[in-house]
Design a protein around this ligand. Sequence first.
Ligand code: SAM
Length: 238
Amino acid sequence: MRIDIITVLPELIQGFMQESIVGRAQKKGLVEIYIHNLRDYTLDKWRRVDDYPFGGFAGMVMQCEPIDRCISTLKAERHYDQIIFTTPDGEQFNQPMANSLSLCENIIILCGHYKGIDYRVREHLITKEVSIGDYVLTGGELAAAVMADAIVRILPGAIGDEQSALSDSFQDKLLAAPVYTRPAEYKGWKVPEVLLSGNERLIKEWELQQSLERTQRLRPDLLSDDATIDSKKEYKRK
Ligand code: SAM
């Protein structure tokens, strides 16, 4: 997989992309991540990529031209499955979207800044608009980092134990069961007996029951459709 990120602040995400699972996945050759400085694509002698908005509104707006030039340069080299713009009014990013984007071969993530980008870019170049939550960030870099992390960690081979990613919260629309490690007792706080039993069937049953109970209590909205009920049955069969 290849992820191209377009930004006016490349240094903000460069460090993040070299660390942890995202960094390791690149070293293992599972993903290539390229960060492009939008200022490299402007013809402006001061390397400006923004201008005042028409209509006299407040704030600055990122111009069409450098974005178009950057995206066109990338598209001339390969086909992109999605050209994503990070924006608070986009579709909410979630685990199913991360799962689906992880199946793409090439994606572009465009990070906005200032008041936003010239709307014509959204109309003519962008194929998907994604928000990471109902709040406004200063720029799209953190959103791009959040998305890249969630996508890359589920690529086969990215984390040591693939089962671990599959049993995380929101896969199967359930929250994950609690986890414990040694010692089995700390300050009188005990690990649930069943986890020490070595009985795989009982442990799986406990895990499912904990997942369902926590989902019911903390996120009942996740349990509200038929797909969830089917996925629970499927989960039970495993
Ligand atoms: N004027 C815009 C609005 O009201 O929707 C907000 C612009 S914001 C200050 C600058 C940039 O940060 C956006 O263009 C977008 O790329 C990014 N951004 C801010 N909040 C975001 C969010 N919740 N999810 C994804 N990107 C976000």
